[in-house]
Design a protein around this ligand. Structure first.
Ligand code: TRP
Length: 360
């Protein structure tokens, strides 16, 4: 469950004014965010970025969501059952409140201009810069495989995703901050060498950047410690009941010393809008049993309409594919324009005039 141990640090406080600027005046911002289609979305995604995307969309900010299919093979040897996973992901996005009329949802592989941007971008970073990216290091370690070229350059293709669709605001979990730094570095260096083409994207951290799973480790699909958005209410209850807590019966909100209890309180807080400290006081001597009952109720109440809508949408695969086709066309139009400006800035459009093969 979530460890919303939010000791505000510099990055986090820096994003608060951005949030205020967006709320005051949404013009000029474009939110870009994405997920790798490696399996169904879970509560961590929902609280971490999905709810935030929906909120920004509803504030009137243009939102672009990239389904990062090529990124699946950064840390594994094959992409898996993409067609089904991508369809499920689209259903989950829409069920959570993303509106395909306003928000562009597209698969990375359907917009080749993004990959073409990678070549000039790769020329702007060094091997040493890529190797010291902490997220790349952590993923390389977790994959137990030799560091592949695609994983090493992961931050650069993510920079291409973001800059290629003119993203200026990137809602991210803390683990993605190093990637965003690379995107900013690439944008700055490109502008320095070739002239001003890119706006520098800014991170928008949510209150719940790092979720813990029911075993106390980071919530992730590979650890099987997640609550899926599509899980049944019963399975959700079973998973929450199996969550680790501690032996102190009285419930208090102390993220540093009681992380698992704090996680559950934070989930309740996030989903109900109540302060976790207040929730803890209400539960008091009710102990872990009452804490978990409240968490199960909060999760299942919030997710019930989403789960119904997800099931309805999954019954209409043609519609889901249509959303992607439409999204790819809209993202493609933006990315083609950006690539055109990049090539012009670099002098790479040198034969774009009325070229013919006849000799003078
Ligand atoms: N790498 C991101 C993740 O694993 C997903 C992603 C791909 C992304 N492209 C993006 C996130 C662009 C933000 C912006 O979560």
């Amino acid at each position: 469950m979530t460890a919303v141990v939010t000791v505000p640090d510099r990055a986090e406080t820096a994003t608060a004014p951005l949030d205020e600027r967006i709320a005051r005046h949404s013009d000029g911002f474009r939110v870009v965010s994405g997920d790798r289609p490696t399996g169904p979305l879970h509560l961590g995604h929902y609280l971490g970025t999905l709810a935030n995307r929906v909120r920004l969309q509803n504030l009137g900010v243009p939102v672009v969501v990239v389904i990062a299919d090529y990124q699946v093979i950064t840390d594994r040897s094959d992409p898996g059952p993409l067609a089904e996973r991508v369809r499920t992901m689209v259903a989950e996005y829409l069920a959570a409140g993303l509106d395909p009329d306003r928000t562009v949802i597209f698969p990375h592989s359907a917009v080749p201009a993004l990959n073409q941007l990678m070549l000039p971008f790769l020329s702007l970073v060094t091997d040493a810069e890529l190797r010291r990216n902490p997220t790349v290091k952590a993923e390389a370690l977790a994959s137990r495989r030799p560091l592949g070229g695609l994983l090493l350059t992961y931050p650069v293709h993510q920079a291409a995703d973001i800059l290629g669709v003119e993203g200026t605001v990137v809602p991210v979990g803390r683990d993605q901050l190093p990637h965003l730094e690379t995107a900013r570095l690439v944008a700055r260096r490109f502008n320095d060498v070739y002239g001003p083409v890119f706006a520098l994207p800014e991170p928008l951290l949510t209150g719940t950047p790092n979720l813990l799973g029911t075993d106390g480790a980071k919530m992730s699909k590979t650890r099987r410690n997640t609550i899926g958005l599509g899980d049944t209410a019963d399975r959700t209850a079973a998973i929450v009941r199996s969550a680790q807590t501690d032996s102190n019966r009285r419930i208090t909100f102390e993220p540093a010393t009681r992380p698992q209890v704090a996680n559950l309180l934070s989930v309740i807080g996030e989903l109900t809008g109540l302060d976790p400290v207040v929730v803890a006081t209400e539960i008091g001597d009710g102990g872990a049993v009452e804490l978990k009952r409240r968490a199960i109720e909060a999760i299942n109440d919030t997710l019930a309409p989403l789960r119904r809508s997800r099931a309805d949408l999954l019954a209409d695969p043609g519609y889901l594919t249509g959303v992607l086709i439409d999204g790819a066309a809209r993202a493609g139009a933006i990315a083609t324009g950006v690539l055109g400006r990049v090539r012009a800035a670099m002098g790479m459009d040198y034969f774009s005039g009325a070229a013919t093969r006849s000799r003078a």
